[in-house]
Design a protein around this ligand. Structure first.
Ligand SMILES: Cc1cc2nc3c(=O)[nH]c(=O)nc-3n(C[C@H](O)[C@H](O)[C@H](O)COP(=O)(O)OP(=O)(O)OC[C@H]3O[C@@H](n4cnc5c(N)ncnc54)[C@H](O)[C@@H]3O)c2cc1C
Length: 269
């Protein structure tokens, strides 16, 4: 089951940006100095970043360097908040809350497949890094719009035991999205699949896993308000069984109870 660790909820950290690496026109990676976050973050967790506008923006942690006391976040420019972050330079100060949310649980996992689409690839990079550190075999299946808009393929190839990069326009290993690429790979029951990306892609990933009787965990990137479980903006439907044994559902907070959920418990509507 995904593990919950909320001890850092609501703790605001004033951090220093070490670098801002622009990967392509709209994707960049910030390396940020903060020993507490670097030392305590787990794959799947996120930080809520102050962009200088009303609400903080949730961004997944895509890696840590405990020795340097830094963590990294990878961002695609979407609107005003992420555009402002893209202009940050080394030495600038950034206020963040985190690490927030639960995490991908690797206990008992011997072999994993990480299936990511677009910005959903970022939290999976941290997962693959952790799997390598723990000696867990990993396959990275990552979907991009095109080769020119792809990112971090070299880093992923260096950390995962096997990779399959797909693109919507067909100029990478596979033509199609990451779920379609997954469907061409052999899945075995001992493997665990972790996925993050567009909801349609994750729904397809879960269907493939269900058909192969493979455990699947999905990180849901719902729109968030507070990021700390108070405002209920990010409610998502999770299956339950009522007292008479009938299937039902309840709302859980993506930011606080998630973002990682057992995909078999998610109501994929
Ligand atoms: C758990 C989680 C992890 C995420 N990790 C990443 C990541 O690693 N890299 C990355 O580039 N993006 C990530 N996102 C999406 C990112 O939070 C949004 O792209 C960002 O908030 C957009 O802000 P904006 O001001 O640029 O855009 P605007 O569209 O101007 O945002 C306006 C408002 O909508 C909210 N919002 C808009 N889109 C989203 C969205 N998809 N999810 C949540 N809130 C949204 C913003 O928080 C803001 O309050 C993640 C989202 C969640 C929930």
């Amino acid at each position: 089951m995904p593990v919950t660790d909320h001890i850092h909820r609501n703790i605001e950290h004033k951090c220093r940006i070490i670098s801002n690496r622009h990967i392509n026109d709209d994707v960049f990676i910030l390396e940020i100095e903060n020993k507490v976050i670097a030392g305590s973050s787990k794959p799947g967790q996120f930080v809520n970043v102050d962009c200088g506008s009303f609400l903080k923006r949730p961004i997944s942690i895509c890696g840590t360097d405990k020795d340097k006391g830094t963590f990294s976040i990878g961002i695609r420019i979407k609107g005003e908040g992420t555009r402002r972050l893209s202009t940050k330079i080394a030495g600038d100060e950034l206020t963040v809350i985190g690490p927030l949310g639960n995490c991908f649980d690797l206990s008992g996992v011997s072999s994993l497949v990480a299936v990511g689409g677009g910005i959903g690839i970022f939290p999976l990079m941290f997962l693959i890094e952790e799997a390598k550190r723990m000696g867990i075999k990993s396959t990275a299946v990552c979907g991009y719009r095109s080769l020119s808009e792809s990112f971090c393929t070299i880093e992923l190839s260096g950390k995962a035991d096997r990779t399959c990069f797909s693109s919507d326009c067909g100029d990478m290993d596979f033509h199609g999205n990451a779920a379609q690429a997954l469907s061409t790979l052999e899945l075995s029951r001992g493997q665990t699949v972790f996925t993050c990306g567009p909801i349609q892609m994750m729904r397809s990933v879960y269907s493939i896993c269900e058909a192969h009787d493979v455990k699947c965990f999905a990180s849901l990137e719902e729109r968030m308000g507070c990021g700390t479980g108070i405002c209920l903006v990010c409610a998502c439907k999770i299956k339950t069984i009522d007292k008479s044994g009938n299937s039902d559902y309840e709302y859980k907070r993506c930011c606080y109870d998630g973002p990682v959920f057992d995909a078999s418990e998610v109501v994929w509507d």
